[in-house]
Design a protein around this ligand. Structure first.
Ligand code: PLP
Length: 372
């Protein structure tokens, strides 16, 4: 059976540029910290990867700290900046790795589309004069909702707060420049951009001085100890560069056209289905789709049996699907448990979308008959 993979927000298929970079780095046997020729060759690859990523983002190479992934990049920013006593404010729909990075983070509410309340954020910042760190994702992994980061950055500047942006879901879907300009720190993950799993990056602008979470060998200018996973880092730098170029060269429009085809097909074939967050800016590859009365896990399993990979809320290491705090924060009520996420990878085609529509329409018809 042909498989159709529509779960890009869990992980993107590997980009060829990333594969080439990984294979080249695997040939380097040295440790980047060693002083001999093998070590120096590995160090060169590490610093070239840093320069490649920095050039893609338009930042200084020294601003890049490589980590093991998006989770660690977010933890370094949030826990590392909170270490100096800053209060931490997170939007209600942040990824758990941000929400749970420190104890006592304050939650800023979102509206029914998952957009953070600027009013509530402004009030929280005005009410308490202590220095703050505001954490906001550029785009949500479950709904694709894009946050008003420029407005939030202006609020942060007004109240002297730092802004951390989780941009993990953006590469290849949204140009990164606006978020890089707005952020004091910004997190990326290699495998979400079409690189391998095992590397992430935190951009640390001059305005931010996080404390290290991992201490030891002094790698990454003392901000992240541990021997660098060179193949994953080289793959990350190549993937983000390729994703950004692809996005700007029409990739984002291509994804948006496929998403529109999917939404139009659904409206015509399954009128009971409800597309969430349809009235606000969202990622061009992401649809949150509710089928009233049918549990999301049932939908995901039925679609999997029909050859289509989608997910219910965020992927979770235990393989279980916990109730989505994102959809709950949007006030969806029971629909929160009846919503699946369809996220188009950079490799998606019209045939994939049509195969999804066939499988979804058959699944909805069968389950609706069953329920009746
Ligand atoms: N932030 C967001 C928005 C994500 O979607 C994810 C992964 O789902 C992460 C952070 C964590 O990234 P990683 O899987 O690289 O640890």
């Amino acid at each position: 059976m042909r498989r159709v993979y529509l779960d890009a927000n869990a992980t993107e298929p590997l980009r060829p540029e990333a594969r080439a970079a990984v294979l080249a780095a695997l040939e380097l046997s040295g440790n980047p910290s060693s002083v001999h020729a093998e070590g120096r060759a590995a160090r060169r690859c590490l610093e070239e990867s840093r320069e490649r990523l920095a050039a893609t983002l338009g930042v200084r190479p020294e601003a890049i700290v490589f980590t093991s992934g998006g989770t660690e990049a977010n933890a370094l920013a949030v826990a590392g900046l909170a270490a100096s006593g800053r209060r931490v404010l997170v939007s209600a729909t942040e990824h758990d790795c941000v929400r749970r990075a420190v104890a006592g983070a304050e939650t800023v509410p979102v509206d029914g589309n998952g957009v953070v309340s600027l009013e509530a954020l402004g009030e929280r910042l005005a009410d308490d004069p202590r220095p703050a760190l505001v954490c906001l994702m550029l785009a949500n992994n479950e709904t694709g909702t894009v946050q008003p980061i420029t407005e939030v950055a202006a609020l942060c500047r007004r109240f002297g707060a730092l802004l951390h942006i989780d941009a993990v879901q953006a590469p290849g879907r949204l140009p990164l420049a606006e978020a890089v300009a707005a952020a004091d720190t910004l997190a990326l993950s290699g495998h979400k951009a079409g690189g391998p799993k095992g590397a992430g990056a935190l951009v640390v602008q001059r305005t931010a001085t996080p404390a290290a979470l991992l201490r030891g060998g002094g790698q990454e200018r003392g901000l992240r100890a541990g021997t660098e996973p060179l193949p994953a880092i080289a793959g990350l730098a190549a993937a983000v560069e390729a994703a950004e170029a692809w996005c700007r060269a029409g990739g984002a429009e291509r994804l948006a056209a496929l998403k529109a085809r999917l939404a139009d097909g659904l409206a015509a074939r399954v009128p009971a289905a409800r597309l969430l967050c349809a009235t606000v800016p969202t990622l061009p590859n992401t649809l949150a789709l509710a089928l009233p009365g049918v549990a999301a896990t049932t939908q995901v399993m039925a679609l999997d049996l029909a050859g289509v990979a989608v997910s219910a809320g965020a992927a979770c290491s235990s393989g279980k699907v916990a109730e989505s705090h994102v959809l709950a924060a949007m006030g969806l009520g029971p629909l929160a448990g009846q919503t699946i996420r369809v996220s188009l990878p950079w490799t998606a085609t019209e045939a994939d979308v049509d195969a999804f529509l066939d499988a979804y329409a058959a699944m909805a018809g069968r389950l609706a008959r069953h329920a009746a």
